[in-house]
Design a protein around this ligand. Structure first.
Ligand code: FES
Length: 171
């Protein structure tokens, strides 16, 4: 039985692609691309939109490894964890209370003020190391978070804001 040829041959025995075959191939290719594209879009539509939430509670430590008069910045939670000169711990939000920019800690101070250790790059607010406003436009102090000791680690809960009276952890 003679095998049916995909393309007709021309007079010198070579495959001949006529206009119909050429246009059919182009059409089939275009249809394939469209189907693949729509399949991709459908898959994306059916997959759940996952919103990865940053953990509100995190640990730092061990406490013995944190020297007095030092700070640890946690970029994910935008939080400063501070051990002061007396060895006490507290945690401050690094989120500026003006419009929410991330503030920066600078031990040598900012704008010629050695007490202005926390500064906001957006509109120039300045805060002291307890998070109190030194210079606006921010009018409210930085948020203070609950900090507790669990075994030898500090546990900071950014979902729990505390007053100035409750912010210090004496270890
Ligand atoms: S957001 Fe910090 S000063 Fe405006």
């Amino acid at each position: 039985m003679e095998k049916k040829k995909l393309y007709p041959e021309n007079s010198n025995g070579k495959n001949k692609i006529n206009r119909r075959i050429f246009l059919t191939s182009i059409g089939n290719t275009a249809t394939g691309i469209v189907l693949l594209g729509s399949f991709g879009v459908t898959l994306e539509y059916l997959s759940p939109n996952v919103l990865l939430e940053i953990p509100k509670i995190f640990k730092v430590g061990p406490v013995n490894s944190i020297q007095p008069n030092s700070i640890i910045y946690e970029p994910e939670q935008r939080t400063f964890v501070i051990r002061d000169e007396q060895g006490y711990f507290y945690a401050l939000s690094a989120v500026c209370t003006h419009l929410g920019c991330t503030t920066k800690w600078n031990d040598s101070g900012a704008a010629g003020n050695p007490n202005a250790v926390i500064s906001c790059p957006c509109h120039g607010s300045l805060f002291n190391k307890r998070g109190e406003v030194i210079q606006g436009p921010a009018i409210r102090a930085l948020d203070k978070y609950r900090i507790q000791l669990e075994e030898d680690k500090l546990v900071i809960n950014t979902a729990e804001k505390v007053s100035e009276d409750e912010m210090i952890l004496k270890v």
